[in-house]
Design a binder for this molecule. Sequence first.
Ligand code: ADP
Length: 457
Amino acid sequence: MYFFVSLVPLLFFSYTTSDTLKQYFKETNEKDLLNRANKIAGSIQKDNYLTDEIKMAMFDNELAEKSVENSARIIILDNKGVVVKDSSKMEEGKIYAMPEVISALNGLDIANLKEEDEAIYATAYIEDENSNKIGVVLLISSFENVNNLLNDINSKWIVVTIGICIIVACIVFFTTQVFIGPLKNILKVIQKITDGQLHQRITIESHDEYAQLGEAFNNMTEQLESIEISRQEFVSNVSHELKTPLSSIKVLSESILLQEEMPTEMYREFLQDINSEVDRMANIINDLLELVKLDHKEAGLNIKETDINKMIEDILKRLYPLAEKKDIELLYESNKNMIIEGDDVKLTLALSNLIENGIKYTPDGGSVKVVIDGDHQNCFISVQDTGIGISEEEQGKVFKRFYRVDKTRDRETGGTGLGLAITHSSIMLHNGSIKINSKENEGATFIVRLPIKYNEC
Ligand code: ADP
């Protein structure tokens, strides 16, 4: 394409230059020849060569000289178009009825290029003293030299055009290689990734825009890979979590089936165990469904004005019996009345999980305290307990799905390992944040920040 884009203007340029040059030479030569014809006609008229036969006979030499001087063949015709004198002596006595001669006899001197003869014809009339047209001077000058010159220029120009086009084609070919080469590499890697090879990366060798593109692409692929890894982890976690209660149910039901004449009490005990395993599975599935809902942002939050103080009070009211069972004191401190824009169902779920965890992971006789505070932009809710605490190392992991610090103890507490993941997703959906202040065995404090206006983060 570049080759043709450069070829077309070059050809156009060569054509127009040669045409303009030809036009220029034609016009100047025609004008010049017409002038000369006029001069000769003037001198013939002045010296009466055409009317005086003796003079005419002596005019031969002068005519030959003039022909050389003007580099043109000179023909003198009478008023009938008969050749009276011809500097080349070839056509004397012949009749010339060409349009140029007729035009001159009619009083209009003209000059024309005749392409077929490669010559310019110029005619000028000769008058007598009474202004009668008594003859015509016809000058014929060759145009072959000019044509040869133009042909020469044209053929040179074609060579130059072809040369330029070849150079342009080479430059275009090499530059496109430079530009397209890295793109081809990127495309190859994209195809491999599409085929499922997520570990593929683009090798970055330069510092230009391609390198930036490659880096951005590699980052994106890394994220994709980590999403894929966590998806696989999640699936295997879910299967594992559901498999444990299922195997318990299987063992328990088999024992019931195999043992004949089992005492009713034992039946009850086994069925209670089966029942609690079913509850556990139901809890896991409910939590998973909750997480899926939170993952689908487009499902949308039901945003409305929410009274945080009232929400906390309701949660605490609901959890008092649980705390009482463990003789845990539930404390509440409200430093400000906070109304925020949020989805109360999802926020209730998030905050309940935190308070419930506080109760769950605090030994009997401890306390859990909820404090509400805020400024003109944010609302802060902290849940402090005097429980087992979370080591700094574990603090970054507890928000992951199915992550539990102590698996055996958590099975006793009935946790699914999804509570904090739900809380985290819900707070993030509200453009808020959550952090932990804790040391092992020194209690834990979860601090939630929620922007008052939903759209402000
Ligand atoms: P679970 O259903 O097991 O409670 P969570 O996601 O709510 O799952 O919590 C994840 C883990 O974080 C818990 O298993 C527990 O080990 C730890 N954890 C959560 N809250 C507290 C807390 N207040 N004190 C100590 N450890 C906690």
